[in-house]
Design a binder for this molecule. Structure first.
Ligand code: ATP
Length: 375
């Protein structure tokens, strides 16, 4: 009854969300994230429409490809995508239909910014106190040789015993990820650390840092500095409180953000949003964890929080405060569950399974929405 007071007073345009559960633990954590999103949709009358389609090995077994073109088109037509982790290492080669699902969607939807927050919650035993950072990782080029070229691959072998891996850094890609990093910093603690290794990768990181410096000029209230990746790795561990937004190239960002997630309490907490100017996809930062697949053991926090990031992105893009409010309510519900040892999954010291944790988050969401409505 009380919840109806939170509902939108006026009809709103529906938001179409494409849901792609992925491989291994993907379907399990996607189901938990969907239960939370569907409840948030009902509580806040968000007008979300969900369409679920199969990608990955289940799709390959059925029609011989891990990613049919029709799904790329559906993703381009949707307002947002929720993508479960995909088990790419098990995929057949490209010529036999093994298409890298997240990599292809990043490229085709031009999702150039990979945003990976990491925050330590005091009550979690593995959390390193003081950590509250956002890794803003360039997502389209760098060392990702399987997708960093217009045609062909950035990795090749001139002889049987010699392999060359080419890193690509462009001014345009560096500039746009720097813009995203500074925008986020201006809404956070107003600090950017731009990371590279400029005295070694003089040209590539030279461009990356040069563009960061140019963008910084438009954000006079945001302090920024440059750090080498090795110094950054040590500093993030020893003095996590010093870091707010970390602006970083693709491969360094993947590695550093995984370390940051471990410092926050584990990969099961590793939320991420892949975002561009027109499209965004919620996609946890970890892989498909085949070692725990099908056992109701995965922590769905990563994808639940990634989905909340998608709602916030949609709310900002479409000027819809209700979507932002729902995103914050989901984050609050996750925080409340993680603060209580009785409502945690095994990887963070609890005993709940994937499904039960999803249900606990839904329960907290309802409780806090009721409080909000009563206030
Ligand atoms: P990729 O190369 O695709 O990123 P990976 O080989 O790094 O994958 P992950 O699948 O990320 O491996 O898993 C690394 C470890 O973290 C595994 O032991 C896995 O069980 C654990 N892990 C990953 N995600 C979760 C999760 N959501 N909940 C609990 N444990 C997880």
């Amino acid at each position: 009854m009380l919840l109806s007071r939170l509902a939108n007073a006026h009809p709103i345009a529906p938001m179409n969300i494409l849901v792609l559960p992925g491989d291994d633990i993907g379907p399990e954590i996607t189901a938990a994230a969907m239960s939370v999103l569907q409840r948030a949709d009902a509580i806040f009358s968000l007008g979300l429409n969900f369409e679920t389609r199969e990608v990955g090995m289940a799709c390959h077994r059925r029609i011989g490809t891990t990613l049919p073109e029709s799904i790329v088109e559906a993703a381009l037509a949707a307002d947002g995508v929720v993508l479960g982790p995909c088990g790419m290492t098990e995929y057949p080669p490209l010529e036999k239909g093994g298409i890298n699902v997240p990599g292809t969607l990043r490229k085709r939807l031009d999702l150039y910014a990979n945003l990976r927050p990491a925050r330590s919650r005091e009550s979690l035993r593995n959390a390193r106190p003081g950590l509250d950072c956002l890794v803003a990782r360039e997502n389209t080029e760098g060392f990702y040789s399987d997708r960093n070229m217009f045609m062909g691959s950035g990795e090749f072998m001139p002889t049987a015993d010699c392999a060359l891996s080419v890193r690509k850094i462009t001014a345009q890609a560096s500039r746009r990820i720097a813009q995203v990093a500074f925008e986020h910093a201006s809404r956070r603690r107003k600090q950017v650390t731009a990371v590279g290794k400029r005295h070694v990768l003089q040209m590539g990181d030279g461009i990356f840092i040069r563009e960061a410096a140019a963008v910084a000029k438009n954000f006079p209230d945001v302090a920024w500095r440059e750090m080498d990746i090795d110094a950054m790795a040590a500093d993030l561990y020893t003095r996590p409180e010093r870091h707010d937004v970390i602006l970083i190239t693709n491969m360094f960002g993947d590695i550093l953000s995984n370390a940051a997630s471990a410092m926050a309490g584990g990969l099961g907490l590793a939320a991420a949003l892949n975002a561009g100017d027109q499209h965004a996809a919620a996609n946890a930062a970890h892989g498909s964890a085949p070692d725990i697949a099908g056992r109701d053991r995965a922590n769905p926090t990563s994808l639940i929080l990634s989905s909340a990031m998608l709602l916030e992105w949609l709310g900002t893009r479409h000027k819809r405060d209700d979507l932002v409010t729902a995103a914050h309510a989901i984050e609050g519900a996750v925080d409340a569950c993680l603060a209580d040892p009785g409502t945690r999954t095994a990887d963070v010291g609890g005993s709940l399974g994937t499904r039960a944790f999803g249900a606990a988050v839904v329960g907290r969401l309802e409780k806090s929405a009721n409080k909000l409505a009563a206030a």
